[in-house]
Ligand binder design. Structure first.
Ligand SMILES: [Zn+2]
Length: 344
């Protein structure tokens, strides 16, 4: 089975929000998109496991995604408490798994996990609110195993401005990174932590691309040319990702990939394949991977949950991607980019 590294899932955040026990993840959580038995069935060998501390109030209030007001900020103390709980749960999960799950902090660990059939969790903060503007908490999260930082979720914070959910609309929605945001990007480069631009607005993306001096990573986005939401990458941004030897993980959520922006489960795999094709054409084959958003967004019924990953890989092969190209998209490109960022 083709091994997959998935650039984004919200399994840890869901486990924390619902106070789930690690044993539940190991034995099965059928109401969620990911648990260990189905991760194995789908070939999921590793991924960025995101921790996204929720805003104090759900702004959707029954409205559709594109009519949702800009999400309100979450304060540092609340984000810190949530993140500490989720990071602790991740380590407890690995400890309870009898070697089936590991927190991976370098590329050698990714290789080992893939060879051993261990699920590699790379801890990722989706939104940097659990980091103080003085950045002292960054070293604490690094010491706790976090190796990837998404500067913002779709809300403002001390470091920058996430895009509000809008369709059709440009991701150029406001100012770039704050002084603290610029300092955070520089410090992540020193610590060799990945910086993720998904959810960031266009001016913030440009700041990261200018400062990071390394791979630009968009963990879970799609192509604006095919689906014109604020969450997606323009062709200029895709080219910048290619130039930087970075990667875009193509998100699966129907609302972000469909031409009409509809949050419609009846979305064909061919739509996802068309985003992979477009990103490959603009950024290059070495700069495209997967970034599902399992447990974070509704999925196309054609994939369903993590056990459906092989169906997407089959659809890529059926579209003419060679076996070695599918392996690079599924695993190799993420492995190369993270190894380059981490220096391992
Ligand atoms: Zn997200």
């Amino acid at each position: 089975m083709t091994a997959v590294f998935d650039g984004h899932n919200d399994a840890l955040g869901k486990l924390q929000s619902h106070e789930g026990a690690p044993a539940d993840f190991l034995s099965g959580l059928p109401e969620r998109d990911i648990d260990l038995p189905r991760a194995r069935a789908g070939g999921l060998a590793g991924g960025l496991f995101a921790i996204n501390a929720p805003s104090p109030h759900d702004p959707s209030d029954g409205r559709s995604l594109w009519e949702t007001p800009y999400a309100e900020p979450i304060d540092h103390a609340q984000a810190t408490a949530f993140t500490a709980g989720a990071v602790g749960r991740a380590h407890a999960l690995a400890a309870a798994s009898d070697g089936a799950v590991a927190v991976a902090t370098d590329a050698a660990a990714l290789d080992r996990c893939r060879a051993d059939g261990t699920l590699a969790m790379v801890l990722h903060l989706e939104g940097a609110e659990a980091i103080d503007p003085g950045l002292s908490a960054l070293d604490a999260w690094h010491a706790a195993g976090v190796r990837s930082i998404g500067l913002v979720w779709s809300r403002p914070n001390a470091f920058g401005h996430g895009v509000p959910f809008r369709f059709p609309a440009s991701p150029d929605t406001g100012p770039g990174l704050t002084a603290a945001g610029l300092a955070l990007v520089r410090r992540c480069a020193q610590l060799r932590m990945a910086v993720d631009v998904s959810h960031l607005n266009a001016a913030g993306f440009a700041d990261v691309a200018r400062l990071a001096a390394g791979p630009v990573i968009a963990s879970h986005s799609a192509c604006h040319a095919l689906s014109a939401s604020t969450r997606n990458l323009t062709d200029d941004q895709l080219r910048e990702i290619g130039r930087s030897d970075g990667i875009v993980g193509i998100v699966f959520a129907p609302a972000f990939v469909r031409e009409d922006g509809a949050d419609e489960a009846d979305t064909r795999l061919a739509v996802l394949v068309s985003h992979v094709r477009h990103a490959v054409a603009v950024a290059g084959l070495d700069h495209v991977g997967l970034g599902s958003d399992f447990d974070g967004a509704p999925m196309p019924a054609a994939i369903g949950d993590v056990a459906g990953l092989p169906r997407l890989l089959d659809a890529l092969r059926d579209d003419g991607f060679a076996a070695d190209e599918v392996q690079r998209i599924a695993w190799g490109n993420w492995r190369r980019v993270l190894g380059s960022v981490w220096g391992s």
